[in-house]
Design a protein around this ligand. Sequence first.
Ligand SMILES: Nc1nc2c(ncn2[C@@H]2O[C@H](COP(=O)(O)OP(=O)(O)OP(=O)(O)O)[C@@H](O)[C@H]2O)c(=O)[nH]1
Ligand SMILES: [Mg+2]
Ligand SMILES: [Zn+2]
Ligand SMILES: [Zn+2]
Length: 393
Amino acid sequence: MARNFACPYCYETFTAREIQFRCNTRLSRSGRRCRAERDQVRVDRLGDRGEVGPVFTADGRKPVTDCPQCGGETTYRVCPVCHSLLPVQFGMVDNRLIAMVGARNSGKTVLMTVLLHELMNRVGENFRVSLMGSDESTMTRFGSDYQDKLYKHRQMLLGTQSAASQDNRVDPLVFRFGRIQDGLLGARSQPTVLSFFDTAGEDFNSRESVELNTRYLSNADGIIIVLDPLQMRGAQELALDGTVLPPAESNTPQHVLSRITSMLLARSSGRRAVKVRTPVAVVFSKMDAFWHQLPAGSPLRVHPPQHGRFDVADSLSAHEEVRDLLKQWDGVSLDQTLESNYARYRYFGVSALGRTPTPDQQVAPTGIQPYRVTDPLLWLLSEFGSVPKQGRG
Ligand SMILES: Nc1nc2c(ncn2[C@@H]2O[C@H](COP(=O)(O)OP(=O)(O)OP(=O)(O)O)[C@@H](O)[C@H]2O)c(=O)[nH]1
Ligand SMILES: [Mg+2]
Ligand SMILES: [Zn+2]
Ligand SMILES: [Zn+2]
């Protein structure tokens, strides 16, 4: 059977042959031209009322084809489900969908913003990787809605809109991730399409949005589960004085994890006693609130080695350290849920900001000093083979 591809925008799956085309509405050689018009599929699926060329069916395995109406050649390949323009070389290069989930206020959006910013700047250099927006909307949205707000205006980001409040839509950010070889974007190293889907924490409250999230989660190649220690009973009382605490939530990290787990397992029902096979990075955010509690030699007090590879030994010792912390935080049941339901998971302790924000939700005067924020993504990428590893495990 043909391999299934998943759309980086709607996460629906299809075969390469089913990929459709869109006319580019330029004057064709025969002097005809298609009119751009509103595409009802885009209105329904993406909320986009803009005028675009007509979509038609042809063999989606080809990179280019002729429009049946005007005869013009087009290279615009679109998702057969949502009619989003697919990234160049889609289907020919690796395509990785990364879902980010967690309770409300757990720090997902701040983490994603700082992580992408770091990859585009500092860490990108060390790992010799490049990251850029794959489409116009990702570039403008990431720039103005996320990066500028946090880095320029120094403001915390507003709560993410729930899918339910937007006709069950979410708008993933889609990037092209490449490895740089010999100073050039190496022809031999294939770029990877990365799609980030950042849920609203409240999407784990209602039934309908849970359904929608199930599709995103079960078609994701990697999942980042963000858990906020400050929402854990045993941890909150240990937090550094002055830490801005999240409002009391009915959804504790335990609740969120068990809901995600049942979503993922529901899809694989039929086969007995299966474990979730998708690699899952279990990320504890806001670690700045707990550094004062950690012993001097703790792996969670040092930065990972900077040798341009994903360091397996360092990652495993951080993993064990988090597992130990879970005992102090009344989180042993989390560990049991993961151990019995997931084939591949790893713990991470990160701080996107490096310090608590001010009480009026501004970045601290010392600025943003991220700690281990790219570890979870680099682990996933190293599992996919897109980033080299140092050591085994
Ligand atoms: N101490 C500390 N607090 C943080 C950090 N990152 C985020 N926060 C706090 O957590 C709050 C929520 O962060 P968001 O990233 O908006 O959380 P979210 O998970 O996207 O929330 P929803 O979109 O509502 O689901 C922020 O307003 C900050 O107060 C961090 O690295 N350290
Ligand atoms: Mg958010
Ligand atoms: Zn045409
Ligand atoms: Zn799609």
